[in-house]
Structure formats: structure tokens, C-alpha cells
Design a protein. Structure first.
Length: 196
């Protein structure tokens, strides 16, 4: 059971703005209102896809998402970046694992504003549990979704720390604090499961 007060206090102490919403729809409405008349990129995120934000944001912003035909280079040039996390510790650490590195790089540097949308399923009590979740729950599900030929995709049960050419776990980031180069970094907490 998530201690929402503790989580929000820890995130604020680490330099993040934090908002909590009961539903994905409320979170999507909030983001649609905050991101207006600017350039915005979306990382490879099932959470953001579930929110249906691309079409909404593209109607009044220059929106870039490589899943919708935009390039990774274009995404790196935007003012705003949207992503999720693979694990969030109640102690405040944000953990992501990536294959190419574009998503994790964009959450650290290059954008004026970064928003992380995090469903309740991604929250773990501490750093070790959040890292375990990222490696053993999120990564196998993403490998399966992408049709990768890896042990975790075949079995869907855990990370095998494989050396497969199809391995998607190639970069790990842990945000202990809000990076200094990003003007605004906001964590949007949603009281329902989203993404992997």
C-alpha cells in the first residue's frame, strides 16, 4: 500500500513539483492544459499512450513522437518532454531502463520542462524494490511487446541479464534529485495502474 504523503514529500524534497490525480483522464486533462503553444516530445511510453495525449497535444502544439513518425533528433530539440518511469521509490528515486538511450537522455538534459506520469503500479517502497521492479516487471513486458528474442521476453518472468543482441536493457538511469539543467520537472502521480 503506497504511502502517498511520504512519496510526495520525498519527491518535493528532491526538487520535483508533484501533482496527484485519481484518474488517468484527470492527469491527461491537466497536462493538455499545461502544455500549450510549444514543442513537445514523447518518449517510448505505454503510460503516455494510454493517456491518449499525442492527438490532444498535437492539436495545439508541435508534437513529436517516434511512434507516430517523428524522429528522435526532432524529439531532442523540443521545449517539453513527456515520459514515465519503470520504477518509482517512495523514498523519491526515479528509475528508468532504456535500449537506445534517447528516452533516458531526454529526461535528464535538453528540455526546459519534463513531466513524468506514474501510475500506482510503478511505485515501490524503496530504491532496491523500484530497481527490481524496473528490471523484472517492466523490462520483460516491454521486451515481449517489442517482439524481442530474449529470455525475459520468452518467459516473461524476470531479467536474465542476458547478452542477447535483442537486449533492450542497455542504459539505466536513477534520478536522485532533479537535474540542475531542467527548469521544471514535474511528477504526475495517478491513483490507477498505467503502462508497464
Amino acid at each position: 500500500m503506497t504511502d502517498w504523503t511520504k512519496l510526495m514529500e520525498n519527491l518535493k524534497r528532491r526538487g520535483y513539483q508533484v501533482r496527484r490525480f485519481a484518474t488517468a483522464q484527470e492527469a491527461a486533462d491537466y497536462l493538455d492544459g499545461q502544455i500549450d503553444q510549444t514543442t513537445v516530445a514523447i518518449g517510448g511510453s505505454m503510460t503516455i499512450k494510454e493517456l491518449g495525449l499525442y492527438d490532444r497535444l498535437a492539436s495545439h502544439n508541435r508534437a513529436v513522437w517516434h511512434w507516430e513518425g517523428g524522429s528522435l533528433e526532432e524529439a531532442a530539440q523540443t521545449q517539453v518532454y513527456l515520459s514515465s518511469v519503470n520504477g518509482l521509490a517512495e523514498t523519491g528515486e526515479l528509475i528508468n531502463i532504456d535500449g537506445a538511450g534517447n528516452r533516458v537522455a531526454s529526461t535528464i538534459y535538453g528540455h526546459r520542462r519534463v513531466y513524468f506520469v506514474v501510475g500506482s503500479n510503478k511505485i515501490a517502497p524503496d530504491y532496491d524494490a523500484a530497481l527490481w521492479r524496473a528490471r523484472n516487471i517492466a523490462s520483460p513486458k516491454n521486451a515481449q511487446r517489442l517482439g524481442k528474442q530474449t529470455p525475459c521476453a520468452a518467459k516473461g518472468d524476470r531479467c536474465y541479464d542476458c547478452q542477447s543482441p535483442d537486449r533492450i536493457c542497455r542504459a539505466l538511469t536513477v534520478l536522485w534529485e532533479k537535474p540542475t539543467g531542467v527548469e521544471q520537472m514535474e511528477v504526475i502521480l495517478v491513483d490507477q495502474p498505467l503502462g508497464y
